[in-house]
Design a protein. Structure first.
Ligand code: ADP
Ligand code: ADP
Ligand code: ZN
Length: 219
């Protein structure tokens, strides 16, 4: 199964990706997590990406596409994958679809986790992440079992450097201008599945599984 996740920053893509990846046994590939890890480790890729990410801007297409194409060349994604946060521009979408077609494969679905900006502004200040495993928590809506520590690996949780109000506004603008055109792009291809991302985390997961199962039955 090949699935992509679309949605504004803070929609819950990473949170839901963990559940989808477990249920369908497909690797979860998050471009955001890969960039963040590279920034923490101070790699060349991290250095290239950092200033864009800090300002709430997208990392340039050539850097991002290169990264994803290399990742999709690896053996563990032959049977499928879940792309979280890619594609994010029309050009990235075209390149991905071309690559899938060339490989004689199909994209099964583009899941749009739809959340209005007002909810996003409310959610972002409470997000806490584990830099070690990428897990995402929320002080109010999804707290860890032990305050300040990751349930999965026990590492300390942190705020994300780009979750302050100014960067969030920029990211919402970038989403509207550069990523939203992809909604229509996948709608035309009859691949778009719209999910109401304003509900509780478990309810969102249920809706995703329901929509994905109708898709399997069609095949
Ligand atoms: P994204 O990967 O789309 O940026 P995350 O999965 O990191 O989003 O979620 C953003 C924040 O919102 C996190 O703090 C997460 O715990 C919280 N969150 C995720 N889904 C929901 C939901 N359905 N309701 C309330 N908060 C949520
Ligand atoms: P969010 O939680 O806001 O959805 P991510 O964790 O997916 O963000 O990504 C963090 C940052 O990494 C983005 O704000 C952007 O700067 C960069 N990034 C992630 N994916 C892409 C992409 N496909 N194209 C360009 N930049 C990206
Ligand atoms: Zn962790």
């Amino acid at each position: 199964m090949r699935i992509i996740l679309l949605g504004p920053p803070g929609a819950g893509k990473g949170t839901q990706a963990k559940f989808i990846s477990e249920k369908f046994g497909i690797p979860h590939i998050s471009t955001g997590d890969i960039f963040m890890r590279n920034i923490t480790e101070g790699t060349e890729l991290g250095k290239k990406a950092k200033s864009f990410i800090d300002q709430g801007l997208l990392v340039p297409d050539e850097v991002t596409i290169d990264l994803v194409m290399n990742r999709l060349d690896q053996a563990d994604v032959e049977e499928g994958y879940l792309l979280d946060g890619f594609p994010r521009t029309a050009y990235q979408g075209e390149v991905l679809c071309r690559m899938i077609r060339k490989g004689g494969q199909v994209l099964d679905a583009a899941l749009l986790i739809d959340v209005p900006s007002s909810y996003i502004r409310e959610r972002m200040p409470g997000r806490r992440i584990c830099r070690f495993c990428g897990a995402s928590y929320h002080l109010q809506f999804n707290p860890p079992e032990e305050v300040g520590l990751c349930d999965h690996c026990g590492h300390e949780l942190a705020e994300r450097r780009d979750d302050h109000a100014e960067a969030v506004e920029e990211r919402l603008k970038v989403y509207e201008e550069q990523t939203m055109p992809l909604i229509e792009f996948f709608e035309k291809k009859k691949l778009l599945l719209r999910i109401d991302g304003t509900k509780e985390i478990e309810a969102v997961t249920r809706e995703i599984f329901e929509k994905l199962s109708t898709l399997e039955n069609h095949e």
